[in-house]
Design a protein. Structure first.
Length: 304
């Protein structure tokens, strides 16, 4: 049997950003083969079989009659569907596939569960961002309303948000975000901002875009179009350095960062997602994020 080089794509079938990466990978047919798996299909449309012998683990995946073996997989793009309260770790097939992939220590994993776990805590994100050199707003995280009220009295002009410790559900889960499973409260000093900035870091290559902050939208106005993003040609040197240090601290080869810019030109850290969706940025600005991400997966370079 000839050895193959396979990029495994684990994602829901309706993910537009992943669709674009998969297409870019398939254009490189001479370099790698691509297998895409929706974890919800494992056991139905997808077969997953494992063998343990003499302490070694092998497994094979079969999708629509095509089989790949664990030794052939060189990299993984991991962005399964969002988990639910009934299945907090994902469908059973997803749990099994994750466990088997963890037996391969040499894989390049983009968006791995470990990446998400390292940054899912708001405190971890903010401490890492501050250490990296980002501008961060004063924050108090507490479950004691009295303690939070003291914080708000000291700073004034603050906002309360629910911000919990469970899985992040996407980029932007930072100050001002609301997570439905949040149990702790956050008080954060408010600052007037005029733009939101999204930066995608693909192994040190940065793609950036900005958009005006949308107006407050009433619940019955959810169909109001979002402001389009426009390319951002210049990223301040201190922000570039902060991104590099932030990614190095948390061991991230890929990360999507959200920031907000105030009228004085300060970019405030808002949140980061190691499996974040770049599609809005690429769609609005035509920046080739998917091609660079496909190159990274195909070339299986180690984290820089």
């Amino acid at each position: 049997m000839d050895s193959k080089r396979v990029v495994l794509v684990v994602a829901a079938l309706e993910d537009l950003g992943v669709d674009r990466v998969e297409r870019q990978l398939r254009l490189r047919s001479d370099d790698v083969e691509v297998m895409r798996v929706d974890p919800a299909d494992i056991g139905d449309l997808t077969a997953l079989n494992a063998l343990v012998e003499d302490g070694e683990v092998w497994f094979e995946l079969t999708v629509q009659g095509v089989t790949v073996y664990s030794d052939d997989i060189v990299s993984v793009l991991w962005r399964p569907p969002v988990t639910s309260p009934e299945h907090p770790a994902g469908p059973e097939g997803q749990v099994q596939l994750e466990a088997l992939l963890r037996t391969r220590e040499d894989l390049l994993w983009i968006g791995s569960p470990d990446d998400r776990y390292r940054v899912q805590s708001p405190a971890v994100q903010l401490v890492a961002a501050a250490k990296a050199g980002f501008a961060t707003l004063p924050v108090a995280i507490d479950c004691d309303p009295y303690g939070l009220s003291l914080f708000s009295t000291v700073f004034g002009g603050v906002q309360f948000v629910s911000w919990g410790e469970p899985h992040m559900t996407g980029a932007g889960a930072g100050p001002g975000a609301h997570l439905t499973q949040g149990r702790s409260h956050v008080v954060q000093k408010a600052v007037e901002c005029v733009h939101r900035v999204r930066i995608v870091d693909v192994d040190g290559t940065l793609f950036a875009a900005e958009a005006p902050l949308p107006p407050l939208i009433a619940p019955w106005e959810r169909d109001v179009p979002r402001p389009a993003m426009t390319p951002l040609a210049v990223i301040p040197e201190d922000v570039q350095a902060a991104i590099q240090h932030f990614a190095a601290q948390l061991g991230l080869t890929y990360v999507v960062l959200d920031l907000r810019a105030d009228p004085d030109g300060t970019w405030w850290f808002e949140g980061a997602d190691p499996a974040g969706d770049f599609w809005t940025l690429e769609h609005d600005t035509a920046q080739p994020v998917s091609r660079f991400l496909a190159d990274l997966l195909a070339e299986r370079r180690p984290a820089s």
